[in-house]
Write a protein that binds this ligand. Structure first.
Ligand SMILES: [Zn+2]
Length: 190
C-alpha cells in the first residue's frame, strides 16, 4: 500500500520515516465501511476517473478546468482548481498534500473531509459522464470550457455539502460569486 501511495504522490517525495501510517489507519475506526472504503480508495488511487477505467472510452481533461491534464487522481492530489474548491468548502484544509489526504496523524474531521471530497468528485464525474454530449465536445479535449467548469464546480460543491451534512458538519454556501469574493479576500495559506 505504501508503494502505491508513493506512486500517487509523485513527483512529491513522501518521507515514510515521518509518516506513521498506523495513525491514519486507526483514524478510520469510528467510520462505517462505506466511508472507510472512500478513504482507502483515495489512498489506493482507486477513484473512478476516466483515465483509470480500462477499455476504449473517452478520457476527459481535468473536470475542474485545468488545461492539458487528464482526469486522473494523480492530478487531483495537487489540482489547484479542486484545491480551491475544497478549501472554500473546508477553510481549515491544509496546504500540505500529505496533511489533507490524511497521512499526518489525521483526526476524525480530516477523515470526514476526505469522504466529502471523494463523494464530491465522484458526483462530478458521474454528472460529466451522464452529460457526455455537453462535456465531450471537440473543443473541450484539452480543457473544459468556462461554462462546463462552472457547472462542475457547483456539482462538486453541492455533493460536498450534502456529504458533510450527513456527518452533521456545515459548509459555507457555494455560489460562483461567493468563491470569487473569498478568493479576492484570501490572505494566503494558513
Ligand atoms: Zn485540475
Amino acid at each position: 500500500m505504501t508503494e502505491s501511495i508513493s506512486t500517487l504522490f509523485q513527483p512529491c517525495e513522501l518521507d515514510w520515516n515521518s509518516i506513521q501510517f498506523n495513525n491514519s489507519i486507526s483514524a478510520l475506526q469510528p467510520f462505517n465501511s462505506g466511508n472507510v472504503m472512500k478513504v482507502i480508495k483515495s489512498w489506493m488511487n482507486a477513484w473512478t476517473t476516466s483515465s483509470r477505467m480500462g477499455g476504449a472510452h473517452y478520457i476527459y481533461p481535468c473536470l475542474f478546468g485545468c488545461k492539458d491534464v487528464t482526469d486522473r487522481l494523480g492530478h487531483y492530489i495537487e489540482c489547484p482548481m479542486m484545491f480551491s474548491l475544497w478549501k472554500f468548502m473546508h477553510r481549515g484544509l491544509s496546504i500540505q498534500a500529505t496533511d489533507r489526504w490524511g497521512f499526518n496523524a489525521p483526526n476524525k474531521r480530516d477523515i470526514i473531509h476526505i469522504c466529502c471530497v471523494f463523494s464530491a468528485h465522484h458526483a462530478t464525474s458521474a454528472h460529466v459522464k451522464q452529460n457526455h454530449d455537453t462535456y465531450g465536445t471537440a473543443d473541450q479535449t484539452k480543457q473544459f470550457l468556462i461554462q462546463s467548469q462552472r457547472r462542475t464546480w457547483s456539482i462538486f460543491a453541492e455533493a460536498y455539502e450534502a456529504t458533510a451534512r450527513d456527518f452533521e458538519l456545515s459548509c459555507p454556501r457555494y455560489t460562483l460569486a461567493a468563491i470569487i469574493q473569498w478568493h479576492l479576500s484570501y490572505e494566503g495559506p494558513n
